[in-house]
Design a protein around this ligand. Structure first.
Ligand code: PGA
Length: 249
């Protein structure tokens, strides 16, 4: 049995004091032994949110990292830096980073390998555009993204990886994928992992759905056999995120 995971992706929201306040208000509400709850917050709020969550089951995550440990990379944050702070999760390859900040399948792979090296759980995002879906290329796009992202990852490491299927057309649009679309894509990703890395890797990796998850649709989505929770944007910066997490049960 895979434990459900619900990660909030705050994107560029909350100043550090506001982040601390929200985390303090939410921490007991998000605590449930049945679901791993994670708050992926801006770098500048990592410490204040970690302080606020101290002693709670709720964990913190970053929204990106660089694949080098150090060097002349102005403005970047390394996996080594996150690891030294004790950050346990990091989102890798979110579509907003792929589309607007030059993230490629190659950098997604380098970052995934580096996160694993530092014992940070990568939440690796994949997903097709509206046009790719219309042209019936969803399966091919997902297979390619997964193949690249997991290059040189060992099957035994798949228990420490989370994949987030996030159709780009569903992110921030209020138009979530249907249960069938979400389950079909997550199942396809799991089958692809099974074909390439074996049954055990496929059964242990957690695959999330993301894209307009709300308290209204979370419970049905998370009940699908191949959906192990969600990556949640807009609904994660509201108090009702509590319901989304609890529906992971
Ligand atoms: P959304 O964002 O829930 O606001 O659609 C999801 C995401 O970008 O991870």
């Amino acid at each position: 049995m895979r434990k459900k995971l619900v990660a909030g992706n705050w994107k560029m929201h909350f100043t550090p004091p506001a982040a601390r306040k929200f985390a303090e208000e939410m921490k007991t509400k998000l605590c449930t032994p049945d679901v791993d709850a994670v708050l992926c917050v801006p770098y500048v709020s990592l410490q204040s949110v970690m302080d606020a969550l101290a002693g709670s089951l709720v964990k913190v995550g970053a929204q990106n990292m660089h694949y080098m440990d150090e060097g002349a990379y102005t403005g970047e944050i390394s996996g080594e830096m996150l690891a030294s702070m004790g950050v346990p999760y990091v989102i890798i390859g979110h579509s907003e980073r792929r589309e607007r900040f030059g993230e490629t399948d190659t950098t997604v792979n380098l970052k995934t390998l580096k996160a694993l090296q530092h014992k940070i759980t990568p939440i690796v995002c994949v997903g097709e555009s509206q046009r790719q879906r219309r042209e019936k290329r969803t399966a091919a796009v997902l297979r390619k993204q997964i193949t690249f992202a997991l290059d040189e990852v060992r099957p035994s490491e798949m228990a420490k990886i989370v994949i987030a299927y996030e159709p780009i057309w569903a992110i921030g649009t209020g138009e979530a994928a249907t249960l069938e679309q979400a389950e079909e894509a997550c199942e396809m990703i799991r089958e692809h992992i099974m074909d390439n890395m074996g049954e055990k890797a496929a059964q242990t990796v957690r695959i999330l759905y993301g894209g307009s998850v709300t308290p209204e649709n979370a419970s049905a989505l998370f009940a699908m056999p191949n959906i192990d929770g969600g990556l949640v944007g807009g609904a994660s910066v509201k108090p009702s995120f509590e319901q989304v997490v609890r529906y992971g049960k």
